[in-house]
Design a protein around this ligand. Structure first.
Ligand SMILES: [Zn+2]
Length: 319
């Protein structure tokens, strides 16, 4: 049972996340967040709580990104550039405020969960983050929101070991890069193989202290419940048993849902609910039930909304 005063779940969203405009025809659009927000308003009446977070600070950004990269992002957005020079991320005048809000949302959620305000949190953010490495934004991402949250948990709250689970259809190459030789983060990633960003082979396992703590499971087009829930049960659960995470985070991309225009996997809303339960089981066993879920991809607006509602419904359930 949660402590007195601890709510089961809070949903964090910052209005500045709507200010990032990637172009009229771009799939990563503000409507994604409004679809998520209305789905959650319907699904969470009386259970979830909406909270407005604060933006990230420069010091927080530098826990995962180089000073040169942060300066480049600020300079290029201010210059009116339409694409980050490091990769395929469209930018607009509001993109810096949005990226700082997205990163700060996850950091605020970490504070809420680690101070006992809520047991779980869902961060409705954009731009997404898991393709952003230390020195490079790409794949619609500017700053690595989930990695910044994990580092904040370690730096400000003394958390030693964080598990990051990434079920987005695309490999979380930026997160993998940031924690490649770290040793304090277990990174487990299921994704579509031979697909953007063309990393994430099973042979990529980390190095040094982190050897074996990077776990990639690429799947063939059309894979779904059997393969992905199977990998969570057969690979993630025993890996977490060895690692004993003190905090669990999810890079929750819903472009792995059937019918996503940028995807090719076949998960259903029920599958996301069951994946959520598997992750909650790991968190209950090792991490005091503490789970922070961070929105990544998901580009079919109706599918995104219903999948997020199924996911957050489980995060918000009393246990
Ligand atoms: Zn994705």
């Amino acid at each position: 049972m949660p402590d007195k005063g601890t709510v089961a779940n809070r949903v964090f969203l910052h209005p500045d996340c709507l200010l990032h405009l990637a172009g009229m025809d771009h799939p990563e659009r503000p409507g994604r967040l409004t679809a998520v927000q209305s789905a959650l308003a319907d699904a969470l009446v009386g259970r979830g709580r909406f909270t407005i977070p604060r933006p990230a600070t420069l010091d927080e950004l530098l826990s995962c990104h180089s000073r040169e990269y942060v300066d480049l992002v600020r300079k290029e957005i201010r210059s009116g550039a339409q694409t980050l020079s490091t990769g395929d991320t469209q930018i607009s005048p509001g993109s810096l405020a949005a990226a700082l809000a997205a990163a700060g949302t996850v950091i605020s959620a970490v504070d809420a969960v680690l101070t006992g305000d809520s047991r779980t949190a869902f961060c409705a953010v954009r731009p997404p983050g898991h393709h952003a490495s230390r020195d490079k934004g790409m794949g619609f991402c500017i700053f690595n929101n989930v990695a910044l949250g994990a580092r904040h948990a370690q730096r400000k709250h003394g958390i030693a070991r964080v598990l990051i689970v990434d079920w987005d259809v695309h490999h979380g190459n930026g997160t993998q890069d940031i924690f490649w030789s770290d040793g304090s983060v277990l990174f487990f990633d299921t994704h579509l193989g031979n697909w953007y960003p063309h990393t994430g082979a099973a042979s990529e396992q980390g190095e040094g202290k982190a050897l074996g703590l990077i776990i990639n499971r690429p799947f063939a087009r059309g894979a779904g419940r059997t393969e992905i829930l199977g990998a969570f049960r057969d690979t993630l659960v025993p890996a977490a048993e060895r690692f004993r995470p003190e905090l669990v985070m999810i890079s929750a991309g819903f472009d792995s849902r059937a019918g996503d225009p940028l995807g090719g996997l076949a998960l259903s809303d029920r599958d996301f609910a069951d994946l959520t339960d598997l992750v909650l089981g790991i968190a209950d066993r090792h991490a005091g039930g503490r789970v922070i879920s961070v929105l990544e991809g998901g580009y079919n607006l109706e599918g995104l909304a219903s999948a997020v509602a199924a996911h957050v419904g489980r995060l918000a359930a009393e246990r």
